[in-house]
Design a protein around this ligand. Structure first.
Ligand code: NAD
Ligand SMILES: CCCCC[C@H](O)/C=C/C=C\C/C=C\C/C=C\CCCC(=O)O
Length: 271
């Protein structure tokens, strides 16, 4: 795997725990170099040490940064560029699911992803002197369907999917030399879905823990799906939906989800 990674210099948000930690592990195992951020310093420092021992000190570094803090996020991204030379894979993963903290959740889950994406685009775009690259944003099954338990979380995840797919189908995408992909996991066994009470989701009395358990994937399964996305020969417009019930992953393309307007504006760029 080490030799076929197109993108080796990675910036990932929310890498201390859960999926972000899993994705970082898989990228490092494939010989990438990763800078990851998080707000949880204690967990992140333990993760940094674990990965530095496993993959070498020069290959992974943690920088404390909250994705809702614009100036700090910008400064952290510039530090990452100095450390790596350039960033060619941006993974906007940091997220939370606490319906009662809905303003914070919109800031983290949507504004944090938009901020990270726009920063990476400015750095990567070949039509402005960059080297190109890939941007993967983490949405959710709740970004594809309406889930009564999580209307605001789901709204942020629909927004992430829509935003990413709009950029992927824009007329200047080829000139930018950037590919945009979205990962949409169903429930995964991380802290995000533990202790689901009324502060975290709505109608928690209707949530049947055994049914949730049946539908829950392991972090390892999501690592496999993530690497499938990373290793696609052509990734632009890909939306990878991971359902725990199926053996396979569902790969969709941005404009397979429904009509877009214009139908696909990337076609307009060649006219
Ligand atoms: N676990 C699931 O069922 C599931 C399903 C679909 C999508 N997702 C998405 O996957 C992503 C990762 O979630 P997870 O399940 O690993 O959750 P998690 O809670 O285990 O990990 C999230 C990480 O993000 C960090 N983080 C939170 N707010 C941050 C901020 N403002 N700035 C920087 N870092 C921050 C946390 O400290 C934590 O380390 C999220 O975007 C989540 O919405 C999770
Ligand atoms: C409550 C799980 C939160 C997971 C959030 C994550 O982003 C993924 C969401 C995708 C689907 C979650 C939707 C519903 C939960 C699944 C099964 C619950 C079964 C509920 C029941 O029938 O009791």
């Amino acid at each position: 795997m080490a030799t076929i990674l197109k993108t080796k210099n990675v910036f990932l948000t929310g890498g201390a725990c859960g999926l972000g930690k899993g994705f970082t592990d898989s990228l490092l195992a494939a010989a990438a170099r990763v800078i990851f951020t998080d707000v949880n310093r204690t967990a992140a420092e333990a993760t940094e040490k674990e990965f530095q021992d496993k993959y070498g000190k020069d290959n992974v570094k943690f920088i404390e940064c909250d994705v809702t803090d614009g100036p700090k996020f910008e400064e952290t991204f510039q530090t990452a560029i100095s450390f790596l030379g350039h960033v060619d894979l941006m993974v906007n993963n940091a997220g939370m699911m606490v319906e009662s903290k809905w303003e914070r959740m919109i800031d983290v889950n949507y504004k944090g992803v938009v901020r990270g994406t726009l920063m990476a685009v400015e750095h990567m775009r070949q039509d402005k002197g960059g080297k190109g690259g890939r941007i993967i944003n983490i949405s959710s099954e709740a970004g594809l369907k309406e889930m009564i338990f999580m209307p605001i979380y789901g709204g942020t995840k629909h927004a992430v999917r829509c935003f990413t797919s709009c950029l992927a189908t824009a007329p200047d995408v080829k000139a930018q030399g950037i590919e945009y992909g979205t990962l949409c996991p169903g429930p995964v066994d991380t802290d995000l879905i533990r202790n689901l009470d009324e502060t975290k989701i709505r109608h928690s009395n209707l949530m049947q823990p055994e049914r949730l358990k049946e539908r829950t994937s392991s972090v390892e399964r999501l690592q496999e799906a993530f690497m499938k996305l990373v290793l696609l020969e052509e990734m632009n417009k890909a939306i990878l939906y991971v359902d725990s019930k199926e053996e396979n992953f569902y790969e969709m393309k941005a404009n397979n989800l429904g009509p877009t307007w214009p139908a696909d504006s990337t076609d307009l760029s060649s006219q």
